[in-house]
Design a binder for this molecule. Structure first.
Ligand code: FES
Ligand SMILES: [Fe+2]
Length: 378
């Protein structure tokens, strides 16, 4: 099945370095619904995927539905203090169990025939199960199907097929790079959303394309000096770019508190990471943004950008103006990117493009990403 898309020629071009005939994935991987379904099964289900944060379920009884690789899942903060993830589907007739986030619940009750599950996933009650008025309180019935879960500070990652590498191995390259940042101090301030008429891979590929900054983002180009910027490097499933900015802070929120205990050397660090294939982490001295994509169709993607700030800065009215500055900056950047991403999607209808002619200085991250897609799916 994969051979239909990843021919010997494509595989050879993925191996060749940029500048020596090396290239990326063919057009069908961006346009074909059957390929997207293969990605859902073989890429997203096999990988560690960002699913949310403790901020989505801060207290016992909190419940947060979402999707990963188009599969409905639900994150639950149990009354025993344990954070769990389940497939968000009723075992009876397959209705979606939880459709909206909710707080301080004891149970999750299906709306169709009112089967009820505890927050540990156990089946608790089946009303009228043995006929009208004859309720069933099963000691051991079919409970919700649990999903492998791991935490990185307040972030929650899940692995649908349960077979991905140990989470510690997956997260180690990022954890090492962020060891100087107190990520536990972060609180979710806002989630911003954009919609692209483009494939999810192009949204990520544009993120680690630092080449386009001079052409598309004049304000960012002036702020973060071009000589400090370079292409992303890679370490296993982490793509990484770290740069020092030396301009005064303007236009991205001023006066927000920094990470507690931040070493002076990190106060001018701008760092961007892609955790394959799930999300991106963008670090400034006063914030973390995590961006996540939801592929709806080969040419239709929703992006969520979660803005995390330090402690009270996420909610205190005193920081309202600074927060708005941060949201406006991210909104401007993303709006500038929408067109560029959609140009690439439109170009993938052309038989004159198949994987691209890469720039050795800038584009090795695109190729690393493409190789990871194929390796994970094979
Ligand atoms: S489908 Fe959920 S109780 Fe019947
Ligand atoms: Fe951009």
């Amino acid at each position: 099945m994969l051979d239909h898309y990843i021919t010997q020629e494509v595989a050879d071009n993925l191996r060749r370095p940029p500048g020596e005939g090396g290239s990326c994935l063919p057009n069908a991987c961006y346009t074909d619904p059957a390929w997207l379904e293969l990605e859902n099964e073989r890429l997203f289900a096999r990988s560690w995927m960002y699913a949310g944060s403790l901020d989505n379920i801060p207290e016992a009884g909190d419940i947060f539905p979402t999707t990963v690789g188009n599969r409905p899942v639900v994150l639950v903060h149990g009354h025993d203090g344990t954070i769990r993830a389940f497939h968000n589907v009723c075992r009876h007739r397959g209705a979606i169990l939880v459709e909206h986030p909710c707080r301080r619940r004891r149970h999750m009750t299906c709306r169709y025939h009112a089967w009820s599950y505890g927050l540990d996933g156990a089946l608790v009650q089946r009303p009228h199960f043995d006929g009208v008025g004859r309720h069933d309180r099963p000691q051991a019935g079919p409970g919700l199907v649990e999903i492998r879960l791991a935490r990185f500070h307040r972030a929650i990652f899940i692995n649908l097929d349960g077979e991905a590498e140990p989470f510690e191995d997956y997260i180690a390259p990022l954890a090492r790079r962020l060891a100087g940042h107190d990520l536990d101090a972060l609180r979710l301030a806002k989630t911003l959303t954009w919609e692209f008429r483009a494939n999810w891979k192009l949204v990520f590929e544009n993120y680690f394309d630092t080449y386009h900054v001079f052409a598309i983002h004049p304000r960012l180009d002036a702020f973060a000096t071009s000589e400090g910027r370079r292409g992303f490097g890679s370490e296993k499933k982490l793509l990484h770019m770290e740069a020092k900015f030396d301009q005064p802070e303007t236009g991205r929120g001023v006066g927000l508190p920094y990470y507690p205990g931040l070493a002076p050397g990190l106060e001018r660090l701008e760092a961007a990471y892609h955790l394959f294939p799930s999300c991106c982490y963008q670090i400034w001295p006063d914030q973390l943004t995590v961006f996540q994509v939801f592929p709806l169709a080969p040419d239709h993607t929703i992006e969520h950008l979660h803005v995390f700030l330090i402690g009270d800065a996420a909610s205190d009215p005193e920081f309202g103006e600074a927060r708005q500055g941060v949201y406006d900056m991210w909104d401007e950047l993303n709006r500038e990117d929408v067109n560029a991403i959609e140009w690439m999607q439109k170009g993938r209808r052309s038989p004159a493009f198949e994987g691209g002619v890469l720039a050795p200085c800038w584009d090795s991250s695109h190729q690393h990403f493409a190789r990871l897609v194929v390796e994970t799916m094979t």
